[in-house]
Design a binder for this molecule. Structure first.
Ligand SMILES: [Zn+2]
Length: 345
């Protein structure tokens, strides 16, 4: 059978359209689902992606980026296909890719990373009907079921308030693109000043320019240390945990650190033993979100990629009677919990 989209050594390739989706090597024509570094690489000849994705890529990558920037839902001709992008609810600009071939064959949808929960910092996820769905499965195990994000934010704000009352600076360790801005959007700025690591500043500016409402932040540098010590909250990538930079913000009562990550659902990981709290907040669909999306898409064939793909593919086959298959992903060369805690979640 000639599939519309196949996995190659450069990534997902659509021959009829003459393009790759989220290629992992430079190619002439790339359709990009979202701006995370493992999906959007520099050096491609021409990109097709949403305005949010291209703005985030331009803020991070040096040099010119040649791009076509359709609106969500706009139909674009590529080769012998019509392509459109639909909100994936993962980070600003994140999109699913719908591909309709001219020959009347099956319509494919490639989800990229997605979540189905509400998130005021990006466009809301939409189910896109299709014949073949290629879904991610980062958290494709039944143990992953997310709490209501409103409750998680209540816990974060309450914890910050009690830390501030005792002169302890609050530190949240989050991924710098997407998760940090989602957390910002949910913070109660009346608790105290908010400082962000340099890596969080750039993407936060792009979100603001895109019209996303976020509280005021200051760069967490030496100049602002005295404002942040005690009542302040600092958002930083996990790599800054335990550094001399972070110790500069220690309040009279000390410092309290928490991870904000989907991986907090898994206990006993080595890197989390050094933090005081964990808040489970993920930008990926949980088990129910994945199954619900598959069901509502109406797809009879489902490809599964990233994470626990074997488990999800087997469940779709055995419990839902679908024709499912695993789409192998690139070997990242990093193993175990380092990848999980250091990577996007
Ligand atoms: Zn992502």
């Amino acid at each position: 059978m000639n599939d519309l989209v196949v996995q190659t050594e450069c990534g997902l390739w659509c021959e009829a359209g003459g393009f790759y989706v989220d290629p992992w090597r430079p190619v002439p024509r790339a359709v990009v689902t979202h701006a995370h570094a493992d999906h959007a690489i520099p050096g491609c000849g021409r990109y097709l992606a949403t305005a949010g994705t291209i703005a985030l890529m331009r803020s991070r990558m040096p040099g010119e980026i040649e791009a076509d920037i359709p609106a969500f839902g706009e139909r674009v001709r590529l080769g012998r296909t019509t392509v459109s992008l639909h909100p994936a609810g993962h980070v600003l600009g994140s999109a699913q890719v719908r591909i309709e071939p001219d020959d009347g064959g099956p319509v494919w949808v490639i989800t990229g990373d997605y979540k189905v929960e509400p998130d005021p910092s990006c466009e809301a996820f939409e189910v896109v009907p299709c014949d073949v769905l290629l879904t991610e499965s980062t958290f494709g195990l039944p143990i992953y079921r997310w709490e209501d994000p409103a409750k998680v934010f209540e816990d974060i704000n309450g914890w910050w308030r009690s830390n501030a009352a005792e002169g302890r600076t609050t530190v949240l360790l989050t991924y710098s693109l997407g998760k940090a801005q989602r957390v910002l959007a949910g913070l109660d700025a009346s608790n105290g000043p908010i400082g962000v690591h340099g890596a969080v500043l750039g993407p936060t500016g792009v979100y603001r320019d895109a019209g996303i409402k976020l509280p005021e932040v200051m760069h967490a540098d030496a100049q602002h240390a005295k404002d942040l010590k005690g009542p302040g909250l600092i958002l930083t990538p996990p790599s800054a945990s335990g550094t001399a930079w972070l110790r500069k913000f220690k309040g009279p009562g000390g410092i309290r650190t928490a991870f904000v990550s989907g991986w907090m659902r898994v206990r006993g990981r080595r890197r989390w033993q050094s933090v005081d709290r964990g808040f489970t907040l993920s930008d990926h669909a949980d088990w129910d979100g994945l199954l619900d999306t598959v069901r509502r898409s109406g797809a009879r064939r489902v490809g599964v990629t990233h994470g626990s793909s074997e488990t999800l593919a087997r469940y779709l086959r055995e419990s839902m009677g679908l024709d499912s298959f695993v789409v192998p992903t690139r070997f990242t060369g990093e193993g175990g919990d380092e990848t999980e805690t250091g990577g996007e979640d």
